[in-house]
Design a protein around this ligand. Structure first.
Ligand code: KG4
Ligand code: ZN
Length: 366
């Protein structure tokens, strides 16, 4: 037990995550350069938000309050690790929907105060960005592309607390664009899987959607114009034919997906070219589940002579194992927070980078 000795080379840490619409808790033990996930519990809230067509912060916060205790109990029981055998408690302290983040931080503080265990406030984005180390023990420095419903940025990860943002979205995240596309075409939520499935039989060349910001240097991205173009294309087809056929929908989805993939592929190539000496190009976030996109990014990595790494899907999307792992990284650096730890709605990983504008429906983009 590390808490009483203060040192251990295999710290075991409880992670708590409640920054968006998943209530999650996990226990992870360090195993050399990577982590052993002893348990990872994720309780989703999709059913609570479905009728509103997006995550409602107030509903999310209340649901977290109701589910966090249960998630933590389940994670400890599944891991067969009693609280007293933990080395520390790690919790997402931002960025995200503030009500949810506060619920998690309050619970973690209570547990830390009651047990005397060290408390570690974790940046949610650092959790995503360090996941390739949890799964594969990936050495620094590597390039991370975070693509989800709330995030889209290129990060050069040079250490557990050394992130350089090479670029990011200036408006929507790609997941939001997939979700809005699905909404516009009457497909179910979450939109990503529905759009990908529909695109399978579609013609990606039928609609010439814009490739935003490709004409500008750098690695910033934009997705909001794509959604407007899709809306116009849909209306034009309806005006022309009186409605949308299944094939039209498939072509719209395929053309939209091709535009997203083209933009992400080109910006990834630029980010790789801008950062020599990388050990790998890694992706994380729900959109990384998209097979077309993954294949394109793999090709880009191969062309740059860089290893491509995508964590298993359950670790690409929001979870608490990544928070526990980020806690292990901080614990190993001898860092800890005290009970004044604050919940932060915004918390850029790279404080030196210019702030990105916009806050999507999934919460603030750091
Ligand atoms: O990482 P995640 O679970 O949650 C956050 O947004 O933080 O990502 C969810 C997003 C949703 O917008 C969803 O539509 C998108 O990931 N997504 C996909 C696919 N699967 C999920 N987007 C494109 N293709 C997919 N197969
Ligand atoms: Zn996330």
């Amino acid at each position: 037990m590390g808490a009483s000795t203060g040192v251990t080379d295999r710290p075991t840490i409880l992670g708590i995550e409640s920054s968006c619409d998943d209530t999650a808790a996990a226990v992870v033990r360090a195993d050399g350069p990577r982590g052993e996930i002893l348990s990872s519990v994720v309780i989703g809230q999709a059913d609570l938000h479905a009728v509103f067509g997006g995550v409602v912060p107030e509903i999310a916060a209340r649901a977290h309050v109701g589910k966090l205790d249960h998630a933590v109990e389940a994670a400890l029981a599944e891991a067969r690790v009693p609280l007293r055998d933990l080395d520390a408690i790690a919790v997402t302290a931002g960025p995200g929907l503030i009500g949810g983040v506060l619920s998690g931080v309050m619970l973690a503080k209570g547990l830390a105060a009651a047990t005397g265990l060290p408390l570690l406030g974790i940046n949610h984005l650092a959790g995503h960005a360090l996941t390739p180390r949890l799964t594969d023990g990936l050495a620094f420095p590597y390039l991370m592309l975070l693509v989800s419903g709330g995030h889209c940025q290129f990060l050069r990860v040079a250490g557990a607390d050394r992130f350089t943002r090479l670029g990011g979205t200036i408006d929507d995240a790609p997941g939001e664009a997939f979700d809005k596309t699905a909404k516009i075409l009457g497909l179910p939520q979450p939109g990503g899987p529905a759009v990908e499935a529909a695109a399978r039989t579609g013609d990606p060349a039928r609609f010439a959607f814009p490739r935003p910001l490709l004409d500008r240097p750098g690695c910033d991205l934009s997705f909001s114009g794509l959604k407007t173009a899709l809306l116009r294309a849909r209306d034009a087809v309806i005006a022309d034919q009186g409605g949308l056929t299944r094939a039209d929908r498939a072509d719209l989805c395929a053309s939209f997906q091709a535009a997203v993939a083209d933009v992400l592929a080109e910006k990834s190539a630029r980010a790789l070219a801008a950062s020599p000496g990388l050990t790998a190009f890694a992706v994380a976030g729900g959109v990384a589940a998209n097979a077309t996109l993954r294949a394109r990014l793999e090709t880009v990595a191969a062309a740059a002579g860089t290893r491509f790494l995508a964590p298993p899907l359950a670790l690409c999307t929001d979870n608490a194992a990544m928070i526990a792992w980020a806690g292990i990284e901080r614990f190993r650096l001898g860092q800890a927070d005290d009970l004044t730890l604050a919940a932060r709605p915004r918390w850029p990983l790279d404080a030196a980078a210019a702030p990105l504008l916009g806050a999507g429906k999934r919460g603030a983009k750091a």
